[in-house]
Design a protein around this ligand. Structure first.
Ligand code: HEC
Length: 500
């Protein structure tokens, strides 16, 4: 509990105690009438008797009300009428009918001096069982929620439900578009899979939740409400400055005019005012300047769309308006475009015939192409080091580039092949078993060439794997082949007994 809270509680306790001593003579909320009212099952008849029996309370409340009526210009006439009525019948039972002929009572507005008074009064109103009432203060008052008996809002549950809807909707959308309405094979991936759909599902969930929160808040608070009878009271204007109010609506089931006024007075109200609904329908309309502002801004908001629509329909020789040009327009030739400078009008130029960029002279046929004196080279090139470390390098590259198709053992059963067997596609050729005799017999240079340029349906890997690594793969492949077809002489003498 923060020190503020403690202060307020202390205040509340004090004012409660004060209220109890001050008004000990007056019937408080534990009176039989109040109890009856709290029971909430009265008939209309009983209502009337209750109202009469609390007439005394009503009188005193009206007395308080008069003071305030004087400084509200539109309240003066109305209240005067009442005053006459009540002074005339000071000793008689006062009239209980509505003083404002033809005007509907909206509710009671009670002013309090301090936040502490407000909190303790709110507790009393809460305990009397009212439901349609509210507290008004210039700033958030600590402890007012429990004092008013405000329950936790149901908004989170609404948001949860609608958020779930967004989640389901997002998944459904992706299933419908990707799997049902327009299935499209992308790298043999499944059409519908949860991990791939998480981002959009996340977004739709957030979107639905945000909208539910925003509009749910408005709906639960019954907003927008552009008018309120309390605003007609000058006294109420100080609610944004230094005054605290409780407003109880006449529509509340527990509401009995006199009795409720008395309750508020007993709760320590500075003043209690009756607030009537202005019968003029114009009072419930949105103020003209606000309406004008909304209309003007709505129309202005359409202007960009109108401009876009116009631009789409128009033809113009001018380029698009480019607000921030950055380096978008440069006097240079872009690739794959036409350029009149050259006789063949191509902006992309090939190398001038016969030129070689530095370090690009690949004259060594053996190393770069696997060819030696017009034949596939049977040995490794001189600059390639045949050693344990290059075999390891070859294994490493093989596992990256070849294993997905040919499999770790080189028999042609890699993951891509296994996947291709599951997906209904035509034209898939199984990767070769690299232990086939005809491949085992191939010279190193021929294998090197298959890796570099591909073979039949297998793509070339020259752009991904540099030459020295290609030779390392060939070396590893040789080791792999030998592992499957090793002659018994390859096995060290002491291990031969393990062979079965
Ligand atoms: C995308 C799958 C794929 C990858 C990756 C792949 N291959 Fe192949 N490879 C194939 C297929 C398919 C064939 C059979 C082509 C045919 O017969 O049309 C093949 C055939 C071969 C052959 C037999 C060539 C012949 O003369 O018959 C060799 C050798 C070979 N691959 C080596 C490799 C090496 C080494 C790598 C790694 C650098 C590699 N492959 C990566 C799919 C692949």
């Amino acid at each position: 509990m923060s020190p503020d809270d403690k202060d307020i509680e202390k205040n509340a306790e004090e004012s409660e105690a004060k209220a109890a001593t001050d008004d000990s003579s007056v019937t408080d909320d534990s009176s039989p009438e109040a109890k009856e009212a709290a029971a909430g099952d009265e008939t209309a008849e009983k209502d009337e008797t209750a109202e009469k029996s609390s007439a005394r309370g009503e009188e005193s409340a009206a007395g308080e009300g008069e003071k305030s009526a004087e400084d509200s210009p539109d309240g003066v006439e109305e209240e005067e009428e009442e005053e006459e009525e009540e002074t005339a019948g000071a000793d008689d039972p006062p009239a209980t009918g509505p003083a404002h002929e033809g005007e509907e009572l909206y509710g009671l507005l009670a002013e309090f001096k301090s936040p502490g008074d407000l909190v303790s009064a709110a507790e009393k109103v809460r305990d009397a069982g009212f439901t349609r009432w509210d507290c008004f203060s210039p700033f958030p008052v600590h402890g007012i929620d429990p004092a008013m008996g405000i329950k936790m809002t149901i908004l989170p549950w609404i948001v949860f439900a609608i958020g779930l809807g967004g989640l389901g909707g997002g998944l459904l959308l992706q299933w419908w578009t990707n799997d049902y309405n327009w299935p499209w094979i992308v790298s043999g991936k499944p059409f519908f899979s949860i991990p791939a759909n998480i981002p959009i599902t996340f977004e739709t969930t957030v979107l639905a939740s945000v909208l539910a929160t925003f509009f749910g808040m408005w709906a639960l608070n019954k907003l927008p409400q552009v008018w309120h009878p309390f605003f007609k009271k000058d006294r109420f204007l100080r609610v944004t400055d230094d005054s605290f109010f409780i407003g109880i609506e006449a529509a509340d089931q527990r509401f009995r005019r006199g009795e409720t006024e008395e309750l508020l007075n007993n709760a320590g109200a500075e003043a209690v005012e009756r607030v009537y609904i202005d019968p003029d329908p114009a009072a419930k309309k949105m103020p003209k300047p606000v309406l004008a502002f909304i209309m003007v801004t709505s129309v202005l908001a359409l202007v960009p769309f109108a401009l876009v629509a116009k631009a789409r329909a128009d033809r113009s020789p001018d380029p698009h308006v480019h607000i921030i040009p950055d380096m978008d327009f440069q006097p240079k030739a872009k690739s794959q475009t036409a350029n009149d400078l050259f006789y063949d009008s191509r902006a992309s130029r090939s190398d001038v015939t016969g030129t070689v960029a530095r370090g690009e002279l690949k004259a060594d046929d053996h190393f770069y192409r696997g060819i030696k004196s017009g034949q596939w080279a049977a040995e490794f090139p001189a600059q390639f080091d045949v050693s344990q470390s290059t075999v390891e390098r070859g294994r490493n590259r093989f596992n990256i580039y070849c294993r997905p198709c040919h499999g770790a053992d080189g028999k042609g059963g890699g993951m891509i092949h296994r996947r291709a067997m599951k997906v209904p596609q035509q034209g898939w050729v199984q990767p070769s078993n690299l232990h086939q005799a005809n491949i085992v017999r191939q010279p190193h240079g021929q294998i090197f060439n298959s890796i570099s340029n591909g073979i039949r349906t297998m793509p070339g890997y020259a752009t991904q794997i540099p030459e020295s690594d290609r030779w390392a793969v060939v070396l590893y492949l040789r080791a792999l082949q030998r592992s499957q077809n090793a002659p018994v002489d390859d096995v060290p003498q002491q291990n031969r007994k393990d062979i079965r």
